[in-house]
Design a protein around this ligand. Structure first.
Ligand SMILES: [Zn+2]
Length: 257
């Protein structure tokens, strides 16, 4: 059976009959995650979340299409661990700009970037492209979508490759998770007060934090928790896609009267 909500599976006959109004693009990263999770973690789980959300929204509206994801992300601060692939934000922006131009040429103007990697930030790009052409671009960092429910599901705070990512890995691809090799994710703290408090921020060089490219405790991760959190996130993203598909684009979209 053809999954019509996936651009890679549908065909031009179906698209000509029913052109989508909303497109979703997953962005992610190829990078090490502690010693127990796969390098493709972000790419795989972000793609899964997007495909599942798009399916739900498609069933409700028949107006949503999920694009194949961009696998690589901004990873210049993880290159000391094998094998991270770094692609600069400028290159990601250029790639997305042309993807968006292509979609726009078919009249698709409501576009959602579902981002799966903390090192990527499309906000300045979105600000710019919305000023240049008549498109409406939205970014969702998937792990933040369930923020208010996080501690209903998990015990330890998440950062990189901790309880949440481990749980998601155990839920989606348990055969790729080597739990027996997981290290504790304890990372060096900043020595300066403003950085500790978050009054000042910076970009972290992961090789200065510890020896295993992880910054959160993975040990409490379970498949059940992963499934629970994924369900919350997928339903919320699906709801957003549905709402976008149902909203007409007028002069003040996406604002209220
Ligand atoms: Zn990750």
């Amino acid at each position: 059976m053809i999954s019509e909500w996936l651009l890679k599976e549908t065909n031009q006959r179906r698209l000509k009959e029913n052109m989508p109004e909303v497109a979703v693009i997953p962005t992610s990263a190829i990078e090490p995650h502690n010693l127990h999770l796969p390098i493709g973690q972000d790419f795989m789980h972000t793609g899964y979340i997007v495909e599942q959300s798009a399916k739900i929204a498609w069933d409700r509206t028949k107006k949503v299409i999920a694009l194949p994801g961009i696998p690589y992300g901004v990873d210049c601060n993880l290159l000391d661990f094998p094998i991270a692939i770094h692609v600069s934000q400028d290159v990601l922006n250029a790639m997305l700009r042309e993807v968006i131009w292509s979609l726009r040429s078919y009249g698709i103007r409501k576009i959602v970037i579902v981002n799966g990697h903390g090192g990527n930030d499309f906000t300045p790009f979105i600000r710019q492209i919305q000023s240049n052409i008549d498109v409406y671009i939205f970014q969702m960092d998937w792990w933040k979508v369930g923020d208010d429910k996080y501690f209903d599901v998990f015990e330890k705070p998440e950062d990189h490759a901790g309880e949440m990512e481990t749980s998601v890995g155990l839920a989606l691809y348990p055969h790729l998770v080597e739990m027996e090799y997981a290290k504790d994710g304890k990372a060096r703290e900043f020595r300066i007060k403003a950085l500790q408090k978050g009054w000042a921020g910076t970009s972290r060089d992961f090789s200065k934090l510890n020896d295993h490219c992880a910054t959160a405790d993975p040990y409490a991760g379970t498949a059940e928790k992963g499934e629970k959190y994924l369900n919350i996130v997928i339903e919320r993203i699906a709801e957003f896609l549905t709402d976008l598909a149902n909203e007409p684009v007028d002069d003040i979209f996406p604002y209220k009267e």
